[in-house]
Design a protein around this ligand. Structure first.
Ligand SMILES: Nc1nc2c(c(=O)[nH]1)N=C([C@H](O)[C@H](O)COP(=O)(O)OP(=O)(O)OP(=O)(O)O)CN2
Ligand SMILES: [Zn+2]
Length: 148
């Protein structure tokens, strides 16, 4: 097209980049909004008083313009640093309900864990860049949160 260049085209392109981070933590599914009986009925084995553990795998995805000069949506080194701050330091090798104040009153389902990670991560990233938090709680259970 007349008047355009390769660089102009690249500036309009949207890319998605994902970084995967694994961490280990334990928790107990127990809601303060339910009675002990209701907790047992709703959460079953996951309401075990002494808790249980997971090797979580979190995928953090950002979406944005591929910068014409840097060729990046964002520098993965920066994303790595944010993941360290939001996921690894507060959550890795922790008891989610006892070590993370947020989960003292919020049940530590993977949905709520995804919301927690989103809310922390969105504070550190440029506006509108965070696209998705995807958590593999087990090999079979995957939860997605997109800030809605
Ligand atoms: N909507 C949700 N349901 C459940 C959650 C959750 O976070 N959100 N979490 C759990 C438990 O934490 C539990 O640990 C799930 O593990 P489990 O059932 O053992 O996982 P698998 O299905 O992968 O293992 P199987 O051995 O095949 O049962 C429960 N529900
Ligand atoms: Zn669990």
């Amino acid at each position: 097209m007349a008047g355009s260049s390769v660089t102009d085209g690249a500036a309009q392109r949207i890319g998605y980049i994902t970084r995967i981070q694994s961490f280990s933590a334990c928790h107990r599914l127990h809601s303060i909004h339910l009675s002990d009986e209701e907790n047992k009925r709703v959460y079953g084995k996951c309401n075990n008083p002494n808790g249980h553990g997971h090797n979580y795998k979190v995928e953090v995805t950002v979406r944005g313009k591929i910068d014409a000069h840097t060729g990046m949506v964002m520098n993965l080194m920066d994303l790595k640093a944010h993941i360290e701050e939001v996921i690894m330091i507060p959550l890795d090798h922790k008891h989610l309900d006892k070590d993370v104040p947020y989960f003292a009153k919020v049940v530590s389902t993977t949905e709520n864990l995804a919301v927690y990670i989103w809310d922390q991560m969105v504070e550190l990233l440029p506006p509108s860049l965070l696209y998705e938090i995807r958590i593999h709680e087990t090999d079979k259970n995957i939860i997605i949160y997109r800030g809605e």
